[in-house]
Design a protein around this ligand. Structure first.
Ligand SMILES: *Cc1c(COP(=O)(O)O)cnc(C)c1O
Ligand SMILES: [Zn+2]
Length: 433
């Protein structure tokens, strides 16, 4: 960890070394308890000499691990792990495709719209970026049990990446999480505890269990290493756009770890001299789960819990656990928060799939719904270059997709029936709404 100086509390600035004796694993600030989220502090002058644009161009590794000097892990340890088990999904996280969507750009009066498809990660969501770093830390520390509370994807990602490594995963999920995500957990051999309650209740229970039994905690907005994994998406974006960053980046927000991580990655790139201007980060929340939007509107860092209700299960959060980092990322980049309704999310799912070829789950496509809203509100202006992060695959939540597009009724197997059915045209229109 040559490039890491230590950990710093986001609330009081107290600094901690990486090796602590009082506590096997350090997660949060002593003075602030669970709210005292730590931020990893890097030695940029040192990293700047190693992680140059040229060095990156010459690096054949197409995964998040190409950014090793900017990650809070032991580099020799990672090399040993890689040598030990051959190629595995853990080494294949990231470097997701970035598509151009000229039809969406034309529809919205923008010069460029890019879609980064995070559904192409090993477990089909953005969460793999965080789980990969969390898992390597757990292996580094010799943990035998890794636990997480999750709306679904954080857990399915952890279970996918941990398969075949000498750790047991214990997962707390709300009992009503989509079946595809629960199936991923079970099929990869996780111990699954479906909690009768909300994600927030599952989260508190998981923290309690980790404390009681000394399990390694992969909990968002608590484990400080997860947002470091999440930042890799903007490091990639910089490279994929040859360092011509867009005007703004839109992403859906639940706990706020992704958007906070993106803010961190942008600051890293600026500190390394790879970019000189930060794109605006625009956080998209579901109207029924908008605690950070409300805090941002009030202009303070007091985040008040809501009773989350939205079909976008991955962003259904009462009290965002990584809210401070999220609010600061939006403020420091001159961005904004917008809210979208469930109906707008369903419409976005259909439009994005038809016009850009990317099928996202509800929370994934909320970025597009947010772009439509941000254009209306003037947060995104005509002619701008915009990146949408689609954070999870639509195959994770097929029932929601079938709310966006009704199943056609069957026809009898005759050509007349086909002719009759095609009278209305060959394709359902996406842009009707
Ligand atoms: C977790 C998740 C989000 C939100 O990320 P936060 O870090 O909780 O803000 C968005 N979309 C998908 C698909 C997710 O799984
Ligand atoms: Zn503190």
């Amino acid at each position: 960890m040559e490039g890491v100086l230590g950990l710093k509390c986001v609330l009081c600035g107290a600094e901690y070394g990486l090796r602590e004796t009082s506590q096997a694993f350090r997660y949060v600030c002593d003075g602030h308890g669970d709210a005292g989220i730590l931020d990893v502090v890097y030695d940029y002058p040192h990293i700047r000499r190693i992680l140059t644009a040229e060095a990156l161009r010459a690096n054949p590794d197409r995964s998040i691990w190409r950014y090793l000097p900017l990650l809070p892990v032991d580099q020799q340890g990672v090399a040993r792990l890689r040598a030990s088990g051959g190629h595995r999904p853990l080494w294949n996280v990231g470097w997701t495709p970035l598509y151009r969507a000229p039809r969406l750009a034309a529809m919205l009066g923008l010069s460029e719209v890019y879609v980064k498809d995070e559904g192409r990660n090993p477990s089909a969501s953005f969460k793999d970026r965080a789980s990969a770093v969390g898992l390597v830390k757990a292996l580094e520390w010799g943990a035998t049990v890794v636990a997480a509370a999750s709306t679904g994807n954080a857990a399915s990602s952890l279970a996918t990446l941990a398969a075949g490594w000498p750790v047991q995963t214990v997962i707390f999920v709300p009992a009503n999480a989509p079946h595809a995500k629960i199936a991923q957990l079970l099929i990869h051999g996780a111990t699954v505890l479906p909690v009768q309650g909300t994600y927030d209740q599952a989260f508190d229970l998981c923290l309690e269990a980790c404390r009681a039994w000394g399990w390694y905690s992969r909990n968002t907005g608590y484990n400080p290493y997860l947002s470091e994994g999440k930042k890799t998406a903007v490091l990639e974006l910089g490279e994929q756009l040859d360092w011509h960053m867009p005007d703004c980046i839109l992403v859906s927000v639940g706990d706020g770890c992704i958007i906070g991580g993106l803010g961190k990655g942008l600051c890293d790139l600026r500190a390394l001299g790879l970019i000189d201007r930060l794109p605006r980060l625009i956080g998209v929340q579901a109207a029924g789960s908008a605690a950070l939007y409300h805090a941002w509107r009030r202009g303070d860092e007091q985040i008040e819990a809501v009773h989350a209700h939205t079909l976008a299960d991955s962003i259904a959060v009462d009290l965002p656990r990584d809210g401070i980092k999220a609010l600061r990322a939006v403020r420091e980049t001159g961005g904004a928060f917008v809210v979208v309704s469930d109906d707008e999310i369903l419409a976005a799912m259909h439009t994005l799939a038809c016009e850009a070829g990317v099928f996202g789950e509800p929370a994934g496509v909320a970025s597009y719904a947010g772009l439509v809203k941000a254009r209306e509100l003037g947060w995104v202006e005509k002619g701008e270059r915009v990146v949408l992060l689609v954070t999870g695959s639509g195959l994770k939540d097929v029932p929601s997709a079938l709310k966006a597009v009704p199943l056609p009724s069957p026809i009898v197997p005759t050509l007349e029936a086909v002719t009759g059915r095609l009278q209305g045209g060959t394709k359902t229109a996406c842009l009707s709404s």
